[in-house]
Design a protein around this ligand. Structure first.
Ligand code: ADP
Length: 474
């Protein structure tokens, strides 16, 4: 029997482009689903994607897409990569930019039109080929169900995953006309949000099912603290909302076969050469001192305020600290000032996949003091690479990292140092607990080896998606 068609839509997919966790998920989840479904992944063909390297070819299906009375040229491209069928949408306005969405400080002014083109082009794909399920991700593809409704004759069922509610794709009311959306949708029940047009609201309102990337985050976003103004709207739609924890591609994120590492390893004993090499490269001294790393976007969500407040105190301890990331200038400047003063703090600006993997391998601890965290992948990667996570009890962190005080070798969960309050004191207390754990070599080693054996793959979570799809198929 041939498999049912599933179109998976994302604005970034690893290894073509990646700015964060969405790209990892859009790479690994379709792979995990491909046993059950005929999956096709669709994304924009941004200018920096290496067409030759991935064998991306034009499909001779160029056309002019009409949106809000204006024609936009669109070309379809395709390739098969690691057994997955990819479709790419190229339109100059959407793809020929320095950044995917804009600078870390500001999204591009015309993101409504750019991602409007993307959404309309996805609808064109749906008209060409029958799919039973369309799986949309984040605001960049959230208009699709509304456009399908407007089109009237597309029968696919839709599932919309919110990877981060804080990024909603809200635009001035004039976007309604530019996007060719009928005014009947511009209501509180529809896309209207404080007089603006909200892509996120379209996804929530018109999709058959809505998911978020962890069970705890699914509950948190119903409260004002985490709901970003949409808590009431989400509560109204709560019967179709469910949280499914993200996984990581266990093959791809494995210290056993990661070409970025100086030495591969399968338990704690193999980490030392990686740590030694990393410290040397970064001019940090003291292999015996614990190495704490932070890898991620320098934005408030990731707990940068807490990190900056705590770093000087941390640096006074017998440890090394390495940070990798990019984001808001004010955070970058503050971190830079600390790194200049403290010889045991090393800062690398930028996005560097290979370096990030060397850091996970070298690290004894990963810092994740997030204010909110829809799921978080860093802590899963860290545990797979034998770095103990130090995390705040929030969102997906609460679902994936259990406190070491509850350590039980029989449990299949990952363990780490969990703290609750978003205060410097609470975070510093967690750091001191980490220092203490590190001194107890036996307990530390046991936790690391336990975490490295845990299964953070998509195996279980993919089953939840399959069961949701099956329910939608009826
Ligand atoms: P986000 O909220 O940014 O999506 P996630 O934890 O879900 O956070 O996923 C982050 C992913 O991006 C992880 O694979 C992490 O290793 C990677 N990452 C984040 N910042 C950087 C960076 N500066 N360089 C390399 N990889 C990074």
């Amino acid at each position: 029997m041939s498999k049912t068609g599933l179109l998976f839509v994302a604005s970034e997919v690893y290894p073509f482009v990646k700015t964060g966790g969405l790209a990892d998920v859009a790479h690994s989840l379709p792979r995990a689903l491909s046993g059950e479904y005929a999956v096709r992944v669709v994304m924009p063909l941004y200018k920096d994607i290496e067409r030759e390297r991935f064998g991306i070819v034009a499909l001779e299906e160029n056309f002019n897409l009409s949106m809000g009375g204006i024609d936009y040229p669109v070309e379809f491209y395709g390739c098969t990569y690691e057994g997955i069928d990819y479709r790419f949408i190229y339109s100059p306005l959407l793809c020929d930019r320095e950044f995917l969405y804009g600078s870390p400080e500001r999204g591009y002014e015309d993101n409504d039109i750019r991602f409007g083109i993307f959404n309309y082009a996805v609808v064109e794909l749906l008209k060409k080929d029958p799919y039973a399920i369309v799986h949309l991700n984040d605001w960049q593809s959230a208009l699709v169900p509304l456009l399908m409704k407007q089109e009237g004759r597309l029968l696919a069922k839709t599932l919309y995953t919110i990877h981060n509610l804080a990024y909603q794709g809200n635009f001035d009311a004039s976007a309604l006309h530019k996007l060719g959306i009928n005014t009947e949708y511009f209501t509180m029940e529809g896309v209207e949000f404080h007089g603006m047009v909200s892509f996120m609201k379209a996804g929530i309102a018109y999709c058959d099912r809505v998911t978020t990337v962890s069970p705890t985050y699914a509950k948190e976003i119903l409260k004002p603290e985490f709901g970003c103004g949409l808590e009431g709207f989400l509560s109204h739609h709560r019967s179709k909302l469910v949280g499914i924890r993200n996984g990581i591609d266990a093959e791809h994120f494995s210290p056993v076969n990661d070409p970025a590492l100086v030495q591969s390893y399968s338990d704690m004993s193999g980490k030392a050469p990686n740590k030694k090499d990393f410290l040397k490269q970064r001019g940090l001294i003291g292999i015996k001192k614990p190495l704490f790393v932070f890898i991620g976007r320098f934005v408030s969500q990731k707990g940068l305020d807490l990190l900056i407040e705590t770093l000087p105190k941390m640096a006074a301890l017998e440890c090394n600290i390495a940070l990798l990331g990019e984001g808001e200038a004010r955070y970058g400047e503050a971190l830079n000032a600390i790194a200049k003063k403290c010889s045991n703090v090393h800062l690398t600006f930028g996005y560097d996949e290979s370096l990030s993997r060397r850091m996970y391998a070298a690290a004894d601890f990963l810092l994740m003091p997030s204010v909110f965290e829809p799921c978080g992948l860093n802590q899963l990667i860290a545990m797979s690479y034998g770095a103990v996570p130090v995390v705040r009890l929030v969102g997906g962190l609460a679902d994936t990292v259990r406190n070491i005080e509850k350590y039980d070798s029989e449990k299949r969960d990952g363990f780490g140092i969990v703290f609750t309050k978003q205060t410097g004191r609470s975070f510093m207390h967690a750091i001191n607990r980490a220092m203490e754990l590190y001194r107890d070599k036996q307990s530390y080693g046991e936790i690391v080896n336990h975490n490295m054996k845990c299964d953070f793959s998509w195996k279980e979570s993919a089953k939840h998606y399959v069961s949701l799809y099956k329910k939608l198929e009826g």
